[in-house]
Design a protein around this ligand. Structure first.
Ligand SMILES: [Zn+2]
Length: 329
């Protein structure tokens, strides 16, 4: 069983950062803040700290509830062991194939970790499997459930799924050893606030691994139409990821890349990323995530025929994501 008492040493009221107590009666189970008196319920083994007052956050939530990470990329039944095993293969052999070592799962034993925007729960499960106490926070119901099941399906109770807003993390200041967030913080209303919250919850001496969309060489009015012309010829994305069909220029590409209903997406230059992470020590920045899995030349699936060295070269130089390894001095 998930231990809602044990986690009180790390979590805090997201509204005022006050101390929480667990109220566990036959009628209700909830966290109660000893400072602002706010109650936040625990429903279906998931603490629910999310408050959606911002219309933009509400719109983003609608989009990501409708387009959950990984759900449209497999035929396996939702939350089964086969579903999570398919996800392991998908992450290790396709999506994250050239940046697996950046997660540093082998070094997590005994640490307390948090994945912000945990999506289908892969990072949370891997961290728990490698001996961390592994939290995952996500603002959608579907992701919170998928993260809870990623742990429960494997009997990993050294972790917890929490529904909360990345801009108001329900954690105490300076208590976590490592924070990860991959492909998430450019999709929230205030990216800088999300990064400030990640900074706040990490211990001095702790570390972070954060991936955001990185601007590419063709993001200008001249090259963008050319690049998207070729992309459209080669791209066969699942229905929920076919945003490029709706893209007219590189200004709208930010959002449409993740589907026509996505309201928030931002791409950053390396200089902008250095600015965003100026409070951290930046250990290294690297690219990954070229969308080869969606590219076909007629019937030929490009990622299956591409020589590995060439695939790696393109992924590491023209990938969508910039991965930033950070430490908190
Ligand atoms: Zn409070």
């Amino acid at each position: 069983m998930f231990d809602f008492e044990k986690v009180i040493q790390w979590i805090a009221c997201p509204h005022c950062k006050g101390t929480l107590i667990l109220v566990d009666t036959p009628q209700s189970r909830r966290y109660s803040c000893t400072s602002c008196r706010q109650d936040d319920p625990i429903i279906d083994d998931i603490p629910r700290f999310l408050k959606v007052d911002d219309p933009l956050l509400a719109q983003a939530k609608v989009h990501w509830e409708d387009s959950p990470h990984f759900q449209y990329e497999t035929d396996q039944s939702l939350y089964s062991k086969e579903y999570y095993e398919a996800q392991d293969v998908w992450r290790q052999e396709e999506v994250d194939t050239f940046c697996m070592d950046e997660y540093r799962f082998e070094r997590l034993k005994g640490l307390v970790t948090l994945d912000i925007g945990s999506g289908s729960g892969w990072v949370v499960k891997q961290a728990a499997k490698h001996g961390a106490f592994s939290f995952g926070v996500d603002f959608t119901e579907k992701a919170a459930i998928s993260t809870r099941e990623a742990l429960r399906t494997y009997g990993l109770f050294n972790g917890m799924a929490i529904q909360a807003d990345a801009q108001y993390l329900p954690f105490q200041t300076g208590v976590l050893d490592r924070v990860t967030s991959t492909g998430v913080l450019h999709h929230i209303p205030d990216t800088e606030k999300g990064i400030a919250e990640a900074w706040r919850v990490i211990k001095p001496g702790g570390s972070a691994f954060i991936s955001l969309y990185g601007k590419l060489f063709f993001f200008n009015p001249i090259l963008f139409p050319l690049a998207t012309f070729f992309l459209r010829l080669l791209l066969k994305a699942p229905a929920k990821r076919d945003g490029i069909e709706h893209t007219e220029d590189y200004e709208t590409f930010d959002c449409y890349m993740d589907g026509p209903t996505n309201p928030i997406g931002r791409f950053y230059t390396y200089d902008e990323l250095r600015q965003l992470f100026s409070r951290f020590r930046i250990e290294r920045m690297s690219r990954s995530h070229f969308p080869f899995r969606f590219l076909y030349l007629g019937p030929i699936h490009l990622h299956k025929v591409m020589p590995r060295f060439l695939y790696r070269f393109i992924d590491r130089n023209l990938g969508m994501m910039v991965n930033v390894q950070l430490s908190r001095p």
